[in-house]
Design a protein around this ligand. Sequence first.
Ligand code: BTN
Length: 240
Amino acid sequence: MELPEVDSTNSFAHALLSKSKPADGTVISTFCQTAGRGQVGSHWESEPGKNISLSAILYPDFLEAKKQFQLNQCISLAVFDLVKNCLPERRVSIKWPNDIYVGSRKIAGILIQNALINTQIRSTVAGIGININQATFLSNLPNPTSLLLETGQEHPLHNLVPQLCEHLEARYLQLKAEKIVPLRHDYLRHLYRSGQLANYQRSSGEAFQGTILGIDEIGRLKMEIGSEIECFDLKEIRFI
Ligand code: BTN
């Protein structure tokens, strides 16, 4: 369903879920999102008429709650697939856990909200924002870019939404068919800074150098720091 304007497609999806049972795979999209929600309570900036803002409602009841990172891999890869298709010559990567980067700039963000029932996932709202034709950003954090800035050309918003839905469906079917190994493999292959020594900061403020080795079984970032191996949750590490 395409909305002319909405505060947040994620909020709209949650409101739908609270009063009905929308079909699995229902997509709510808009080109004018006025109060987009980002990760950890942040705001998601999107100039009206320039970008894709979309939320998919899914019922991954086949997935145990402790495996929810697999869903994160699946959605991240679908967005990666679309951006890579648009920028075949560029280094597109997935910054753990689910930002899509071109070089060292963020082109897309993902906000996945799961409702759990006991040990299973009852429903998911997977919100995706992709910067398409926006040329300037009010907030310079974290290094925003768009397809327009990367190519110097405008991209047809209306064609990209169905393409994104196709990628989402393909990756979701992969997840449903328990193709966990290729999903994990693709995610790790495209992981930003994987295998490179780089600078990070702990939540305490302490800076350190480390190398991303991969992801552990619950989706934490696995790093080599000196001779030690340490795993980090989202709020425990900052890329600098
Ligand atoms: C992030 O902080 O990186 C996540 C941004 C997620 C933005 C998308 S846009 C569509 C959906 N609706 C929202 O309110 N947020 C997500």
